[in-house]
Design a protein around this ligand. Structure first.
Ligand SMILES: [Zn+2]
Length: 95
């Protein structure tokens, strides 16, 4: 039990340090740090992410805003659906 608590504390500290490092990098690049799978459940599939380095990514503020409370997989899938819809409309208007 004691060991488990210590391991968790180490993981939390790693996450905190990695998050701070990414925030600095993001700021330099004009990007933001995002949770690939949101901490609050994804509004499409319900997946819930954790505050851990493997769940961090850099995004543009605009993409982050569009992604909202969705996981990356659902966000990309819905982007693809939108692109296909646009392409279909464009093809119809060419007929
Ligand atoms: Zn999802």
């Amino acid at each position: 039990m004691r060991r488990a608590r210590k391991r968790k504390a180490t993981v939390d500290e790693d996450a905190r340090r990695e998050y701070a490092r990414l925030r600095r990098r993001a700021r330099r690049l004009g990007l933001v740090v995002d949770h690939i799978v949101p901490l609050a459940p994804c509004r499409v599939c319900g997946a819930q992410g954790e505050h851990a380095p493997r769940n961090f990514q850099l995004l543009t503020a605009r993409d982050n805003e569009r992604k909202g409370d969705r996981c990356m997989k659902c966000y990309v899938a819905q982007c693809e659906v939108q692109v296909q819809r646009h392409v279909r409309k464009a093809l119809i208007s060419l007929k």
